[in-house]
Design a protein. Sequence first.
Lengths: 240, 240, 225, 225
Amino acid sequence: MDKTISTLEAAVADVSDNAVLMIGGFGGSGAPIDLIHALIDRYKATGSPAKLTVINNNAGNGKIGIAAMIDAGMVAKMICSFPRSSDPRAFTDKYLAGEIALELVPQGTLAERIRAAGAGIPAFFTPASYGTELAAGKQVQEFDGKPYVLEHWLKADFAFVKGALGDTYGNLTYRLAGRNFNPLMCMAARKTIVQVSKIINAGGIDPEEVVTPGLFVDGVVEVPDPQQEELLIRTGVEYA
Amino acid sequence: MDKTISTLEAAVADVSDNAVLMIGGFGGSGAPIDLIHALIDRYKATGSPAKLTVINNNAGNGKIGIAAMIDAGMVAKMICSFPRSSDPRAFTDKYLAGEIALELVPQGTLAERIRAAGAGIPAFFTPASYGTELAAGKQVQEFDGKPYVLEHWLKADFAFVKGALGDTYGNLTYRLAGRNFNPLMCMAARKTIVQVSKIINAGGIDPEEVVTPGLFVDGVVEVPDPQQEELLIRTGVEYA
Amino acid sequence: MTWEKLRNPQIAWRAAQDIQDNAYVNLGIGIPELIAKFQPEGRHITYHTENGVLGFGAAPAEGEEDWDLINAGKKAITLSAGASFFHHADSFAMVRGGHLDLAVLGAYQVAQNGDLANWRVGSKGVPAVGGAMDLVHGAKQVAVITDHTTKDGKPKLVEKCTFPLTGVGCITRVYTSLAVVDIDNGRFLLREKLPKLSFDELQSLTGATLHINGDVADLTVPDLS
Amino acid sequence: MTWEKLRNPQIAWRAAQDIQDNAYVNLGIGIPELIAKFQPEGRHITYHTENGVLGFGAAPAEGEEDWDLINAGKKAITLSAGASFFHHADSFAMVRGGHLDLAVLGAYQVAQNGDLANWRVGSKGVPAVGGAMDLVHGAKQVAVITDHTTKDGKPKLVEKCTFPLTGVGCITRVYTSLAVVDIDNGRFLLREKLPKLSFDELQSLTGATLHINGDVADLTVPDLS
């Protein structure tokens, strides 16, 4: 069993039009920029994949990464908690023009809905958003005298994830706070593609230190010197 | 901040009559036998704590650990998935005599209910037990055309946990498959007491390798050479 | 009778032939565990045990056991390269979340609609369920491995389970000591039977109608004695 | 007027005095973040950020940033001894599960029943909620730090929020530029006010009745300029 994919191009080849695509990271921390840019390359060359629904905590920053996907016109809908950033123009423009849809989800609910999808839990109750407009139309139930809102699992067709070390079976570690949504998204997508800084042989990661077990991962591609969103923005890089 | 407790006796001193007590481990793997035996010592000396509700995957084995608690008469109720073992006599005798109550919970539901308690999720839907007698009286709802059973969080007053390394802030690692229910129970109890083989200074565990962050832990006690349930049973030890 | 029913290792051998290369598999306690011994050469199969290990191998040599490293049956195991540890909630996320390709369980009864009864035979004694009610949901395929009849000759493949259910409509394939049977739209579909056993004889040992769709192959396995 | 309202660092200083030794605390993006700078000496406080870090310290020196190591405000941070990393679901388990002693947020409006509005002021623009709706539930205490009035002098402490709610009945204490106010059984209870500010003047700047139960202490803070 070897889940290695040799090129970024091959890694993103399966993402189809209208797909629901989870993208890991929180801001630039743990964001799989290289996979995103490879997908943009494919779109520019072929016009596909288009009309994507993208799930991420944010909605892009500057002119790279998810913002560049939006600028390129690949994204029909964002599901996120915080579509703001130091430079949110790409999303903001399209949103205010009515050209992109938004499902706004409280951050903890977003995380738990993704985990629920991975864990086979179709729905759960949370106190978050009770009594607010984000709970409009949702089932409410009391437990121990307190009201809670029913939230449903959030599944995806594909997940793009950024890890640190990966082995050939897809076992993963992460770097610092780059963990964030990545391990959850690995669980929740039909097909999970991971860029890691280094691929090693199975057995190379101490079983106690594996954060994401390989059965949640479908493909790993080595990107030895990955792009960092924050640094790209600070150096004025534009990918769109 | 130093969560170190210097003796097993002090570590178990707060557990009160009628308390709900989670005990980590799966069979003998990751079972905090030394904390359990210290609690039995206290009960034998003082008659307290009595009438405990104990949550564990199993219901004891042989004449040590949870089985010895049951034999000593400290346990009013077990909440578990599998009250069988190579020598389940302690529980079986009391159960058939009507002297101990049992709430039987499917293993995955037990784990998820404990996690839910730790995560502030009062209830969730699971496919497990649908259509069986263990779902009797429970709320059922369909999602995507499939029926699911509503299960509630399972909280405890105290948790006894076995870790490998612990630091003074309560950060923990575990040993091999000894992880099992332990990290979940740390989250779900009002007060979590952990026996570890070694306590080191805060900062001694790589932040990437912490399995249980210290905020889930109230006290750590060092037991350099912990008892192993399976070995005690194989050598015929009786603690009752 | 001129046929001899398969022994447990032989049923396990047959089940093992169907496990695909690169599969993630959970084998229930008892007879299902035997399946790992007959994993066909050249296939890489990763075994999951619900107490939080992915990628384990055979039992260690006697005296080499580490009792923190056990499987769901509380037996000592060894690790394979690329193994990982995780807690129980993550472990059952793997089970419930559809991440396993196959789970194989034992059975008291399997009904033609896929219902399984395998956790208790009546209301006496101490009930114990373990992970069975979770394992029957979520794995891409849930199979049963069992003797075709009870010790006193009663059918275990039935129209409707009379023992308490473990799960509803969850089983898709049954490997027995006499046959391989799929569950297809609420009926038993016979795929393979012992060559010397007649269809009528097999039907007489089965508690519900056996349907046939196309060929019934010979169920042939090595002697393994 | 002879009084001068507190500047943001001064409000943050006041809030910092109330954080107990050994507390686990989440500080919201913006003004709440300032609180960490005024942590009283001798107290050990562990800071949580919802993107998956427990135990972080000040910002690194410029040029020393590692952009995989940031807080919820996307600012670079450093680690304290005994830190840990975890994924977002575990991070919000800490939040929602009652494991934090205190969360401090900013506010557009706080109502006397503890309702908070802090995520949008109307239906225009791009809405963004982040972790606020989770943070207001679960922490043992949820406090607000805010100017007492809006820039154009309208009260932020009100009978009923007119902006969209973040959470219902979730706030227990408010630190403002003029006062410290508890929320107690559906009413504002004044604990401290600027010494030179009269009660009547404070009341006129507040959108709901300020109640008093016992003494009102002087709100005095260092100059910090």
